[in-house]
Design a protein around this ligand. Sequence first.
Ligand code: UDP
Ligand code: MG
Length: 324
Amino acid sequence: MLSIVIPVHNESDVIPTLLSRLDRVTRQLDVPVELLFVDDGSHDNSVALLLRARQRQPDIRVVQLSRNFGKEAAVTAGLEHARGDALILMDADLQDPPELIPRMVAEWRRGADVVLMKRRSRAGESWLKRITASLFYRVINRISDASIPVDTGDFRLMSRRTVDALNRLPERNRYLKGMFAWVGMPTVTLEFDRDPRAAGKTKWNYLKLMHLAMEGITSFSTRPLRLALLLGLLAAGAGGLFGTWEVLRALIFGISTPGYASMIAIVTFLSGVQLLCVGLLGEYVGRIYMETKQRPVFIVAEDSEDEAQPILTHLRVAGNDQTH
Ligand code: UDP
Ligand code: MG
């Protein structure tokens, strides 16, 4: 069986198109398919649309999280709930064309554990996003141990043993791209042209992306900590040399009064370096704190597979009424 895992957060504009395009594709496949939608706390009628489709199409399964946990958590939930022998991860917004699924399945049949979809083009993305993205990959691949392939997103097929390996990674701060790379496994890469979003609008802004970047860097490398140490050493060394020079100068040529400018320069520079290092430490300490709490990555409110949850269902409906 093939599981297609799709995280959904307020995607009611694209769901009808998504379902019909998926339907056309999965019909051609000669494997049974499970369409696993993970609703990441949508407050539009995404869930209603999916549940209605489920009445016609029993291969649809909807796992509803109790609130918006973020895409990484939604995908994690999908990985844990999927039952297929292979799993395809894709976005709901049709940026990852479902028409490529047969090719991915073919590569899996030929023995690939991971079929990675590499973007040949990034239609509909601003040049600023492209530049920041390429910069980010360059930085992270410099400093982390598992190298993350450039221009690949979450769109990929994974074999059962790859998914099982991923499900064994216990961390709470989940930077999936890094985790995929860390797990490894024999990989085949296919190229495709990434379409612009079919409808609706992107859920990412630069603040969220920066957060994700920080997650990526800190969760896969402690090298920034070493960098901070090096920076501190350099600054301290330079400060020491400069201080010695100033003292010698005062001893040899007498006290020179106008030292204000250099003084203030040194003080601000060094406090800058200190703040930077403390901040960096803070990033890691914060992550250690979050990890030690051992909280689950997501909470499932409802799963369309187990119908015997009348109380939760009731609560959910009441909650929805309030938001409308
Ligand atoms: N998504 C999610 N939770 C969130 C934000 C996004 O599950 O908090 C889903 C969203 O529904 C979509 C996928 O993640 O299926 C990618 O989101 P989006 O297309 O907005 O990101 P972009 O392609 O612009 O990076
Ligand atoms: Mg998108």
